[in-house]
Design a protein around this ligand. Structure first.
Ligand SMILES: CC(C)(COP(=O)(O)OP(=O)(O)OC[C@H]1O[C@@H](n2cnc3c(N)ncnc32)[C@H](O)[C@@H]1OP(=O)(O)O)[C@@H](O)C(=O)NCCC(=O)NCCS
Length: 230
C-alpha cells in the first residue's frame, strides 16, 4: 500500500485514460521523462541514424510545445510506449518531404499551432510489450486529438522494415503497393493500414536507414469529422 502511494507520487501528470486492452495508463509527455523516452526511441529504431531520432533535448522541447498531442503509456511507474506528434501545414499536392523538413531540431520541434494536420513523429512500444494492442490504443488517442482540435487527419513517414528483404526485387513504390494489396506483410506498414491509414507513396531520402535505402512510406489517416473553417 505504502509502495503504491509512493509510486503514484513519483509520476506527475494526470492520467488521460487507461488502455482497455493493455491496462496501461496514458499521460501527456512531460519534460522530466525526456531521458527515458530517448532510450525508448533509440531501442525502437535500432537501424536508424541517432541523428534522425529524437534526443533528450528535442523531447523536452516537444513536451513543452505540444503536450496535448503526445501520449506516454505507463506500466505502473515505467514508461513503455509513446505516440508523439506535432501540428503541421501539409500540402497533399506537394507531399514529398524528409524527416528534417518536419522536425528541424536545434530548438524547433516543428510544431506549428496553425497547422491543420497532425504529424505523427514517433510511435514506439517496448519490444516485450508489443502485440497487445498498445500501438492501436496510441493511434486512437492521436485520432481523438484530431477530432478535438478539428485537424484534417494524421500524416507520417512510416518505416518499412521488411523492404530490406525485397529491395533487390522491386522499387519502394512497388513494395508499398504489394503491402497495400496484402501480398507482403510489413510489421509496421501493415499495422498502420490495419489502423485505417492509406499507404500513399514512397518518400525518398526521408531518413538515413541504409537497410531500406533511406525510404519511408507516406501514410495518411483522414478525420471524417473535420469541418473546414472557411
Ligand atoms: C509498430 C509498433 C508501434 C506496433 O505496436 P504494438 O503495440 O505491437 O501494436 P498492436 O499490438 O496494436 O498491433 C500490432 C499487431 O499485433 C496484433 N495484435 C494485437 N494484439 C494482439 C494479441 N492479443 N494477440 C495477437 N496479435 C495481436 C495486431 O493485430 C497487429 O497485427 P497487424 O500488424 O497484422 O495489424 C511496434 O511494433 C513498434 O514499436 N515498432 C518499432 C518502432 C516502429 O517501427 N514504429 C513505427 C514507425 S512508423
Amino acid at each position: 500500500m505504502i509502495m503504491s502511494v509512493l509510486v503514484g507520487l513519483m509520476i506527475e501528470g494526470a492520467i488521460i485514460t487507461k488502455g482497455t486492452r493493455s491496462g496501461l495508463t496514458y499521460r501527456n509527455p512531460r519534460p522530466e521523462w525526456a531521458g527515458e523516452l530517448e532510450a525508448l526511441e533509440r531501442s525502437s529504431f535500432p537501424t536508424s541514424d541517432p541523428e534522425d531520432l529524437y534526443c533528450k533535448e528535442d523531447l523536452e522541447i516537444l513536451a513543452n510545445d505540444f503536450p496535448q498531442g503526445g501520449f506516454v503509456g505507463f506500466d505502473n511507474d515505467k514508461p513503455v510506449a509513446m505516440g508523439l506528434g506535432i501540428q503541421v501545414l501539409f500540402d497533399e499536392d506537394n507531399p514529398l518531404h524528409t524527416v528534417h523538413d518536419v522536425m528541424p531540431g536545434n530548438g524547433d520541434s516543428g510544431h506549428r499551432p496553425k497547422g491543420d494536420w497532425y504529424y505523427g513523429t514517433s510511435i514506439a512500444v517496448r519490444s516485450e510489450y508489443r502485440r497487445r494492442g498498445i500501438g492501436a490504443e496510441l493511434y486512437e488517442l492521436r485520432k481523438d486529438v484530431c477530432r478535438s482540435l478539428n485537424l484534417r487527419g494524421i500524416v507520417a513517414g512510416g518505416v518499412m522494415p521488411e523492404y530490406v528483404n525485397h529491395k533487390h526485387e522491386m522499387t519502394a513504390d512497388e513494395y508499398i503497393e504489394q503491402v497495400r494489396e496484402q501480398n507482403i506483410y510489413d510489421p509496421t506498414l501493415s499495422f498502420q493500414q490495419e489502423n485505417g491509414f492509406e499507404l500513399v507513396r514512397a518518400l525518398p531520402n526521408y531518413i538515413m536507414n541504409p537497410d531500406i535505402d533511406n525510404y519511408a512510406a507516406l501514410i495518411i489517416w483522414r478525420n471524417n469529422d473535420f469541418r473546414s473553417q472557411q
